[in-house]
Design a protein around this ligand. Structure first.
Ligand SMILES: Nc1ncnc2c1ncn2[C@@H]1O[C@H](C[S@+](CC[C@H]([NH3+])C(=O)[O-])CC(=O)[O-])[C@@H](O)[C@H]1O
Ligand SMILES: O=C(O)C(=O)Cc1ccccc1
Length: 253
């Protein structure tokens, strides 16, 4: 039924063989429930993307949402913008996501143009950007492709522009790593996922989601040219970072 949030039960039954996780029509159907029950702080992060938009918006600029899924970050940015000479560009390479994202976003009215593109963020031209958001997307790219993308993001930002990067992270220290994974699994259990769901999803993600350490993110920001970058949110092994390109921003609208 339209507008009804479907409960995620994708991994509820035992599977003979757990396939690699992919963002197909079944996942799209349950995605809001899945992300809400799986990612600690998801709502706080989306709200803060809105607050950062208030603070860092610049006139006549582009706002990118890389791996937009159903467009939650795009909507959070658009709610804060009123400048019709600015533009939001939301990109995802899952046809099922893009189709549902377009339906969802067209239900909200705004003067700010918003384009939902089907495509790979590695091929996207990024320019004149006040903000680039990657909310839990970089972790799905092959590791070898991440440096080049972050460098292109830096180059596509205007002075005073920001890159918001949310990611699941891993820890070099095994004791810390295991503790934070256990706490995340407790969070999922408290949100109604069974042991079977937790373990089958973990297997499904193993080959497709490869998180970096916080040190690797910091190092990548610096190599791309960002002089200022910090973690602004962390809950267990989930975090969100903001990297700021130096220079004087254009005036707000
Ligand atoms: N190379 C790629 N190019 C384009 N899209 C990609 C690529 N690889 C993966 N994706 C897309 O990145 C999204 C990651 S989900 C983002 C949540 C959203 N940001 C949110 O704020 O709700 C995160 C998660 O589910 O953990 C999926 O929609 C993929 O199709
Ligand atoms: O569920 C998990 O364990 C996660 O790491 C988060 C997640 C959320 C939605 C799709 C893929 C991964």
């Amino acid at each position: 039924m339209q507008n009804m949030i479907q409960k995620d039960s994708i991994y509820a039954e035992p599977l003979a063989q757990v396939q690699d996780f992919c963002f197909d029509a079944d996942v799209v159907e349950v995605f809001p429930d899945m992300i809400q029950r799986s990612v600690p702080g998801y709502q706080t992060i989306i709200q803060t993307i809105g607050k950062l938009t208030q603070r860092y918006q610049q006139a006549s600029s582009n706002y990118y949402d890389l791996g937009c899924s159903l467009g939650a970050a795009s909507l959070a940015m658009r709610r804060q913008l009123s400048d019709s000479s600015s533009k939001i560009i939301a990109v995802d390479n899952s046809p099922a996501m893009v189709e549902r994202c377009r339906m969802h976003l067209h239900a909200f009215r705004s003067d700010v143009p918003l384009e939902v593109q089907l495509g790979d963020i590695r091929d996207l031209a990024i320019d004149n950007a006040a903000m680039v958001v990657s909310n839990f997307t970089l972790q799905f790219l092959p590791k070898a492709d991440r440096d080049a993308l972050v460098t292109r993001i830096y180059q596509g930002l205007k002075p005073g522009g920001i890159f918001i990067l949310s990611e699941k992270v891993v820890f070099d220290d095994a004791v810390t790593h295991d503790l934070l994974i256990d706490l995340h699994h407790d969070f999922k259990r408290a949100n109604g996922y069974s042991e079977l769901e937790i373990s089958q999803k973990r297997t499904a993600l193993e080959n497709v989601m490869r998180p970096d350490t916080l040190a690797q993110h910091q190092q990548r920001f610096a190599a791309a040219g960002f002089a200022s970058a910090t973690v602004w949110f962390q809950c267990f092994n989930f975090c969100s970072m903001v990297a700021i390109k130096q220079g004087a921003a254009d005036a707000n609208v």
